[in-house]
Write a protein that binds this ligand. Structure first.
Ligand code: SF4
Length: 351
């Protein structure tokens, strides 16, 4: 049964919902490996290097109230996270993006909390695009107006991310009581209508069913400019209402990444290093991901607390994993990239 479904996927035929459900329900380790191998084979047909995306967190001052129950990013939500309120000055954003560019990382995500009608996103886009050659993803959730999206397009923002997290509306309302799913869908529609590449992902392990994930995949197909799907495994942040909810298992994350790759052969599949855990980056690549996010160079000028968990992937370690696996990272030839390429350790210690 599994062989037949995977062969169908390799032959570029669409899978039916019940076939996708069969993939999610696999228990046998041999079948699990077959799903991963199929995802990697599909990724290799794209012949693209593994993209690296660094990050700038613009602000954690979030006006959403009540706060999302899992959030450890917004000010005051978790002592493990940033906790104290911050709003980065233009100069600080500039220093960070210049540092990222110098490291050879080709892409930056500028993300921030909700309550500024996208003005912070537009400012970041201006700073990035007027001062660097970095590809830019902006993620301020649903805090975007039509006018802000037009301005993001004006500054040649490459990608705008608005994660729906889950399309199970009852679950969404329970976990994100200060937001609505409709607001997020509306932003995805506006981004797509503006012709900007849309990134929109799944937060998994929140209590959603496999059918919810399948419905989510089917829902995403409506957005014409969908170019990226982040798969984010839930991790509990201490001090939040969900601190006792179990973390999403690595196996569940790998399976979901692989199924996403099988269903969306051409799409960039992003795994943030904080959600899978920096020590597990190789497992996301074994499942068919082709973009690692929240990758931070040694010389990065600011403290970073990952969204979804406080840890993050260091550029040197991430490059070592990619090289060890015989894959090719997308790394620009900059001053520091030579340094990184020449100093990649042969083995990685698990932290
Ligand atoms: S997850 Fe985002 S929108 Fe929700 S409270 Fe945290 S910063 Fe605000």
């Amino acid at each position: 049964m599994i062989n037949k479904i995977l062969k169908k996927a390799l032959n570029k035929k669409s899978l039916e919902n019940k076939e996708i459900l069969t993939l999610f329900q696999i228990k046998n380790p041999d079948d699990f490996k077959k799903v991963l191998d199929t995802a990697v084979e599909i990724r290799s047909e794209n012949k693209r290097p593994i993209k690296l995306t660094s990050t700038v967190h613009m602000t954690n001052q979030c006006q959403v109230s009540p706060k999302c129950k899992y959030c450890g990013f917004a000010a005051g939500t978790s002592q493990e996270g940033y906790y104290h309120s911050f709003f980065k000055q233009d100069q600080e954003i500039l220093e960070a993006v210049l540092n990222i560019e110098k490291s050879g990382i080709p892409r930056v995500s500028c993300s921030g909390a909700h309550g500024f009608k996208g003005k912070h996103a537009v400012k970041a886009a201006q700073i990035v695009k007027e001062n660097t050659s970095l590809e830019l993803l902006v993620n301020v959730g649903s805090d975007l107006t039509e006018s802000a999206i037009e301005k993001l397009a004006y500054y040649n923002t490459d990608t705008v991310c608005c994660n729906l997290e889950t399309v199970n509306e009852e679950l969404f309302n329970r976990l994100k009581p200060g937001e609505t799913l409709q607001q997020r869908i509306k932003v995805c529609e506006m981004v797509s209508d503006e012709g900007i590449e849309l990134s929109s992902g799944l937060l998994i392990g929140l209590g959603e069913s496999y059918q919810d994930r399948i419905d989510h995949f089917n829902f995403l197909r409506r957005f014409e400019t969908l170019g990226e799907i982040p798969i984010m495994g839930f991790n509990p942040y201490k001090g939040t209402p969900m601190e006792n909810h179990p973390a999403c298992s690595l196996e569940e994350q790998m399976k979901t990444i692989a199924i996403t790759r099988i269903l969306f052969p051409e799409i960039r599949i992003t795994v943030p290093t904080p959600t899978i855990g920096p020590e597990n980056v190789k497992f996301s690549l074994m499942a068919g991901a082709d973009n690692l996010a929240t990758v931070i160079p040694d010389t990065y000028p600011h403290t970073v607390k990952g969204v979804g968990s406080p840890v993050f992937g260091n550029l040197r370690d991430v490059l070592a994993v990619i090289n060890e696996m015989g894959l090719k990272p997308q790394l620009n030839k900059q001053e520091d990239s030579n340094h990184y390429e020449n100093n990649i350790p042969q083995t990685i210690d698990s932290k």
